[in-house]
Design a protein around this ligand. Structure first.
Ligand code: GLP
Length: 225
């Protein structure tokens, strides 16, 4: 486990986007796993800028997203599909055929989950970007999700509703993991994460079993360490 402490959100985002761009340089047909939420937004802006400045070509990259609300229409502004197209895909040259998203409109969430696992097996994720929830969730793997979980439909604990999410074992199969945490409100969960062995109460703690995990925090998220 490697921990990088950035001074602030801007620096955290600079470091994370540089890591992603470096990986793409080394392997132009990389498979990338994306997270949503507020934390990676500036990272994605940096990727868009790199594309606009002709520093990167995303056309050979396969992508998978961690999770999606269920049920939800992809046109709904709250959907992660909308988020990805709005913040990254529409502003770059990722190819539609290479973009894989969990379909929040499906009538068959179990089949959707199985198909998604099969697609990931075909294009194993080289680099998975992750955020962390205030309760330690990764993707939508809430506390008490088993570590051997695969992509599945889950009940959300912090809000009413359901979601499709890669499982913890799906995430751990990625070659490299990059977890981002920014801001004072993440300080407590980052402290808990640093101080705990892998356990079900804190799903992100299972990431510690991975051999190539990098965590980037800013000073605020690290303020209780
Ligand atoms: C959300 C998502 C996660 C995300 C996390 C943190 O609920 N399901 O994939 O990483 O919570 O979000 P934020 O970056 O906004 O704090």
């Amino acid at each position: 486990m490697k921990i990088i402490q950035a001074r602030n959100y801007k620096e955290l985002s600079k470091i994370s986007s540089e890591i992603i761009l470096e990986e793409i340089k080394n392997k132009p047909n990389l498979t990338l796993g994306f997270a949503t939420g507020k934390t990676p937004l500036q990272t994605y802006k940096n990727l868009v800028n790199a594309y606009k400045n002709k520093k990167v070509d995303f056309s050979k990259i396969n992508t998978f997203n961690l999770d999606e609300f269920y049920p939800i229409k992809s046109t709904n502004k709250k959907s992660y599909s909308y988020y990805m197209f709005n913040n990254l895909f529409n502003k770059t040259n990722f190819q539609r055929k290479n973009i894989n998203l969990l379909n929040g409109e499906t009538k068959y969430p179990e089949k959707e989950s199985k198909d998604y696992e099969a697609k990931i097996k075909k294009h194993p994720i080289d680099l998975q970007i992750l955020g962390i929830g205030l309760n330690g969730h990764i993707g939508f793997n809430e506390p008490n999700t088993p570590p051997n979980s695969k992509t599945h439909l889950t009940e959300l604990t912090h809000i009413k509703g359901k979601a499709l999410t890669m499982g913890i074992s799906t995430i751990l199969k990625s070659k490299k993991l990059l977890l981002l945490a920014s801001g004072k409100k993440k300080a407590k969960i980052i402290k808990d994460l640093m101080n705990s062995k892998p356990n079900k109460k804190l799903p992100a703690s299972f990431l510690k079993n991975h051999k190539d995990l990098t965590i980037i925090i800013d000073n605020d998220a690290g303020s209780l360490l």
